[in-house]
Design a protein around this ligand. Structure first.
Ligand SMILES: [Zn+2]
Length: 116
């Protein structure tokens, strides 16, 4: 059995993570939230650790990803920001197309990459 966990989606808000976790569990996919306790305890620290990550066992990641397509990402605060690769995932500011580093907070897509 492969016990390694992979992150299938990251969230800014615990409520969003809970919705997705409930969906996956209703479909029999085991899943876990990482960092959620930290995020709730300290919003700034939550930013530092990369929000809440919903993780599933590696062998269920593909199914989980399919199921999560039913739920649009970041429903709450980015509707007017056109979630794409040029929006800072840390503060939500629009980023210059020529740069992958946020001018507002210094966050970069490199920082947001999956942990090794
Ligand atoms: Zn930013």
């Amino acid at each position: 059995m492969n016990d390694s966990l992979v992150t299938v989606r990251s969230f800014r808000f615990v409520a969003e993570a809970d919705v997705c976790q409930a969906l996956l569990e209703s479909e029999g996919v085991q899943c876990f939230q990482s960092n959620s306790t930290v995020v709730q305890a300290d919003w700034l620290l939550g930013n530092a650790v990369g929000y809440i990550q919903l993780q599933v066992p590696a062998d269920q990641a593909e199914r989980a990803t399919e199921l999560l397509k039913q739920i649009p990402e970041s429903r709450s605060d980015v509707d007017d920001a056109k979630l794409d690769e040029n929006v800072c995932l840390s503060c939500g500011a629009k980023m210059a197309e020529s740069s992958d580093r946020c001018e507002q907070c210094g966050w970069s897509f490199d920082d947001g990459a999956e942990p090794a």
